[in-house]
Design a protein. Structure first.
Ligand code: PMM
Length: 252
């Protein structure tokens, strides 16, 4: 199981309070993650916190590109957490290897053709709408069946646009248009996602469904979650702290 370490270059990410906003601080944190054995560093410039407003394309590029350029020399894989095709393209040109699109191709009509041309790995996450309005769409009959159907629809569009099957990774998008019960049901039935044959990424780190008001206090629950996923055939976990997860995985 791979560990994807979160590097949010945003002033308002809910879980680390914008601690890694400055380029220098982001680079220092990236160095730490490399020392802790991170497999992929996920660089993101736009907060997807529930209710978050969007930032401009220019602002997003200004946040992520200097960080990617600098850490591309660290010898670790970099993913770019973006819903914008232009950011994806520039990030890959700057040294990133993977596009992590929380909108699963829904936010930018150019995303699939861009990723197809870049020939890079693409993380296609289940998503219904932008963060500002996402909680109002947390309505499902059978959450797993609907997430799978909506993911399949986007997978088909990606394949049609020329994205290679072997470059796709899927993600159920915990917390994105999902309430506490939905998130837990997805985790309980994660084998149904794995049965698609696509590699599965799980991003539950410090999210609200893990309980409590303070994201920093959800760390133990996040590590428990990684432990509970071991041996199930999950491709990777997207997490804030790297070492505890590497330790838990290594102990198996
Ligand atoms: N969650 C967030 C951001 N990006 N990417 C993927 N693939 N999966 C996720 O679950 C996901 C993501 C929101 O969390 P953050 O603000 O802590 O980064």
């Amino acid at each position: 199981m791979l560990v994807m370490g979160i590097l949010n270059v945003t002033p308002d990410s809910f879980a680390d309070g914008g601690k890694h906003f400055t380029v220098d601080a982001a680079i220092d944190r990236a160095k730490e993650m490399v020392a802790e054995g991170v497999d992929i560093i996920d660089v993101g410039g736009e907060s997807t916190r529930p209710g978050a407003e969007r930032i401009s394309l220019e602002e997003e590029l200004n946040r992520v590109l200097p960080v990617i350029k600098e850490i591309s020399g660290f010898g670790v894989k970099i993913s770019i957490d973006t819903t914008r095709a232009e950011v994806a393209r520039k990030a890959i040109e700057a040294g990133a290897a993977i596009v992590n699109d929380v909108s699963g191709g829904k936010a930018d009509p150019e995303m699939f053709s861009t990723v197809a041309a870049l020939k890079c790995k693409y993380i296609l996450m289940h998503w219904r709408t932008h963060s500002k309005d996402m909680n109002s769409l947390a309505v499902y009959g059978d959450v797993v069946a609907e997430v799978l159907a909506e993911l399949t629809e986007q997978i088909e569009k990606a394949l049609l646009a020329g994205v290679k099957k072997e470059n796709l990774v899927i993600d159920p998008g915990l917390g994105f248009s999902k309430d506490i019960k939905h998130n837990w049901e997805i985790l309980e039935r994660v084998d149904e996602l794995i049965a698609t044959g696509y590699p599965v990424l799980i991003g539950g780190s410090r999210k609200r469904f893990l309980g409590g008001d303070d994201p920093a206090k959800r760390e133990a629950a996040t590590v428990d979650l990684t432990r509970s996923l071991l041996g199930k055939g999950i491709w990777g976990v997207r997490v804030h702290s790297v070492k505890p997860h590497k330790d838990v995985i290594g102990a198996m």
